[in-house]
Design a protein. Structure first.
Length: 287
């Protein structure tokens, strides 16, 4: 009589890839619902609409001739180049500022880690939810800008605007990676939000100004410097780093980030901060 064959099975309870993906999807779904219930999504949406309304009113009142917006590229440079970075930063603050720290402060993390969930699934699910909510705001804001552009210049949408859109999304990804890092660093929601807001709204720009103007060093290590490609690509010609002779014969440089350099800075910020943020979350205790 032949012996029945035994199938090889893996360790009981070992997480499989499909299960981890399903967990990420579940976390993403409920985190998005949380954004809607807490009304933060709608608050940011209103802010985006108000900013769009201000630009619409300014262009409509003064006219494109008075504002020297004689070309489609100039129009999108004025509208998109001067405002989208603020929308991206606000998205990072609203959706990423307390995404992780809130679990520690409100003790809700106890319920999450008590389930058979990897912490990486929680982290990634929350990040995808923040990115999804931000992209919705982003798309609505872009649609309003394009609508105004079509009204004044027809369907003449410059290809540089498409490039700027891509760079803006890349900046959004980098900002969310950075905000999740600080959210993992602190156990207080208010502290993580405050530090993130100060850094992106004031500190980075101030450091960039001091380093580039006073120290005459290219601020390649500042994320906001890398984000300069969003507005630079909308200029014709594309701005380049220039050196001139200042008072006393001193050479003064005006730095302008190029596209490959800007992409490298943004990708580097995302990879480094996202990985460190995940490692911090993996090791931090809910105490």
């Amino acid at each position: 009589m032949s012996k029945p064959s035994l199938k090889s099975v893996g360790p009981v309870g070992s997480p499989s890839l499909p299960t981890s993906i399903a967990h990420v999807g579940t976390i993403t779904k409920y985190e998005l619902l949380n954004y809607f219930r807490s009304r933060r999504f709608f608050v940011l949406l209103i802010i985006g609409i108000v900013i769009s309304a201000i630009f619409t009113a300014v262009v409509g009142y003064y006219g494109i001739a008075y504002l020297n917006l004689t070309s489609a590229l100039g129009f999108y440079s004025f509208w998109w180049g001067n405002s989208i970075t603020l929308v991206v930063i606000l998205s990072g603050i609203f959706f990423g500022g307390d995404a992780i720290s809130g679990e520690f402060q409100n003790k809700t993390g106890y319920f999450l880690v008590g389930n058979p969930l990897r912490r990486s699934s929680i982290y990634i699910g929350k990040w995808i939810a923040a990115l999804t909510a931000s992209l919705i705001i982003f798309a609505i804001y872009a649609a309003i800008a394009v609508g105004n552009g079509i009204y004044y210049f027809g369907a003449n949408i410059p290809y540089q605007f498409g490039e700027s859109l891509v760079f803006s999304v890349l900046y959004l990804i980098a900002v969310l990676g950075f905000t999740f890092f600080f959210s993992s660093l602190f156990k207080s929601s208010s502290m993580s939000i405050l530090v993130t807001a100060i850094l992106f709204l004031f500190a980075f720009s101030l450091i960039e100004l001091i380093v580039s103007r006073l120290a005459q060093i290219e601020p390649w290590f500042i994320i906001t410097y890398g984000a300069g490609i969003i507005g630079n690509v909308l200029m014709d010609p594309y701005p380049l780093t220039q050196s001139t002779r200042g008072p006393g014969g001193r050479e003064v440089s005006t730095f302008a980030v190029n596209i490959p350099q800007g992409i490298a800075i943004l990708v580097g910020y995302f990879v480094i901060t996202a990985v460190i943020g995940l490692l911090l979350f993996e090791r931090k205790e809910f105490t």
